[in-house]
Write a protein that binds this ligand. Structure first.
Ligand code: NAD
Length: 477
């Protein structure tokens, strides 16, 4: 059988030690892989590659089916781009899959029944990296949620549930506040959930959902979330299951996949043979399943569970009473190798082989009728509302009138309240009378009018209706 080529990065800090143990276990279990090593991380950052990787490495990653990556150290000081974000977005690895399972009574946890898989959207949301300093003292970040991106991640979550015999998919979002962006995520979730009548579905506003996850994680099964909530809550989930050192994650795309532990490079623990290799090993197991070597994935996972049951533990999960032998990274790896072929007696044995083929998504764009009906013009102005209003209140172009001024989303004119605290960024909303369509030239005329009165325009946002419905929030929303 031809070996499957995989890219391997040993990373920084504890990375090389946990990678060595992981590769040794995979080799002993008969994994059919051909390793292509690549250099990434701290030394690449420091030798002048701002993304932490020599761009030539893309060819190696592209030429392999999967990328097994140990954690890296991002050097202190600004100007370094997150290598993880670069890899995920460049390769289109849209799904971040993090199983968070408790191994009670062998690993201490307050949640003995926990078995949750977090499916985090990996490419959109506030991670688009589109940020602006709009005035000397105001910055903003753009949150992007698209139908195409949401369809991919939600469908992935439901397919994952179906293929892994899971019963329920829960959505966490915050569409009571972000009615457009999280609202779209929720709408697409409802549409796709309707196609999976064999899987239960439910949704929670993320704040109460997070509280329930921290308190009673056993009520959840698969949870799908936009990027930021998923980033935060998958670490919380891994930690309350037992330890962040025990969780692996998969980053799945249509054209590639990357597998890594969820923890960092723990530099303080490096070169001491103490780090727990389990997170990276569980990521490697997900990788073997992904590349079709499910039997080997099953063998390794069961040997690893057996090792936990035998009380052979690294320092981070060692507890007097429950644990039997405190071991280092290498000895833990050796123990897993010894247990290859065994199944756990108390913990539930695992069986892989249900992942199936890579999902190829067909996006379903919508085609509403769209009309430009106005513009929000953002102004940098330091002063009082009355002074501001006096300078701009006369601005109008044909049927387009100033309808509202807001500050940080709060309406200050008409009918503002004297208590509202105002900052130096003002938003002026211009709308056409009776929803008449306007032209881009009309918007240019408005910008000219601001220029004429020496007002500093810092941003403009076109306002559209879609099938007659406003595609912009109002201050009252
Ligand atoms: P960290 O996860 O590296 O370590 C935090 C603490 O957790 C460590 O001090 C250690 O006590 C414990 N720990 C983590 N992994 C362990 C393991 N496998 N075995 C035993 N104990 C373990 O987080 P940090 O200290 O905030 O970050 C260190 C570096 O890692 C930073 O440079 C950060 O940028 C980087 N980082 C990289 C990744 C990645 O490459 N995916 C992810 C997170 C952080």
């Amino acid at each position: 059988m031809n070996k499957t080529p995989i890219a391997v990065a040993e990373g920084d800090g504890i990375g090389p030690e946990i990678m060595k143990a992981t590769l040794q276990i995979m080799e002993s279990a008969g994994a059919s892989i051909e390793i292509h090593k690549i250099d990434i991380g701290e030394k690449m950052y420091l030798s002048g590659f701002p993304t932490g990787m020599d761009p030539k490495m893309w060819d190696i990653i592209r030429g392999t089916k999967a990328f097994l990556k140990a954690p890296i150290t991002t050097p202190q000081g600004g100007g370094f781009k997150s290598l993880n974000v670069t890899i995920r977005t460049t390769l289109g690895l849209y799904a971040n899959v993090r199983p968070c399972v408790s191994y009670f009574p062998y690993v201490a946890t307050k949640h003995p029944e926990m078995d949750v898989v977090i499916v985090r959207e990996n490419e959109e949301d506030l991670y688009s990296g589109i940020e602006y300093r709009q005035t000397p003292d105001v910055c903003s970040s753009i949150k992007i949620i698209s139908r195409a991106g949401t369809e991919k991640i939600v469908r992935y979550a439901f397919e994952y549930a179906r293929r892994h015999g899971r019963k329920k998919v829960t959505l966490f979002m915050k569409d009571n506040i972000m009615k457009f962006s999280d609202g779209l995520f929720h709408k697409v979730f409802d549409e796709i959930a309707a196609e999976y009548s064999d899987i239960l579905n439910e949704h929670w506003i993320v704040d109460i959902g997070a509280a329930k996850l921290a308190d009673t994680p056993e009520i959840f099964d698969v949870i799908v979330m936009p990027n930021l909530y998923g980033d935060i809550l998958s670490d919380v989930a891994a930690q309350i299951a037992g330890s962040v050192g025990l969780a692996g994650s998969a980053n799945i795309g249509e054209k590639g996949a990357m597998f890594e532990a969820i923890h960092g490079s723990a530099p303080r623990r490096a070169n001491q043979n103490v780090a727990n290799p389990s997170g990276l090993l569980l990521a490697a197991i997900q990788m073997l399943d992904h590349i079709g070597q499910s039997d080997t994935a099953t063998t390794i996972h069961n040997a690893w569970l057996t090792t936990l049951e035998q009380g052979i533990h690294t320092y981070d999960i060692y507890k007097d009473g429950t644990s039997k032998t405190k071991v280092g990274t290498k000895e833990f790896g050796d123990a897993v190798v010894k247990n290859l072929g065994k199944k756990p007696e108390t913990l539930k044995p695992v069986v892989y082989g249900k992942s199936g083929s890579v999902l190829i998504h067909k996006h379903t764009p919508t085609h509403p009728t769209r009309h430009l009906v106005g513009v929000d013009v953002y102004i940098f102005f330091r002063g009082e509302l009355e002074e501001f209003f006096a300078k701009i209140s006369h601005i109008n172009v044909g049927p387009i009138r100033l309808k509202m001024i807001t500050n940080r989303g709060v309406r200050v004119w008409p009918e503002g309240q004297p208590e509202t605290f105002c900052i130096e960024q003002w938003r002026c909303r211009f709308l056409s009378d009776s929803g008449r369509t306007i032209s881009q030239n009309d918007v240019v005329q408005i910008l000219h009018a601001f220029d004429h009165v020496n007002m500093d325009v810092i941003r403009g946002e076109f306002l559209y209706t879609f099938d007659g419905k406003a595609g912009y929030s109002s201050a009252e929303d």
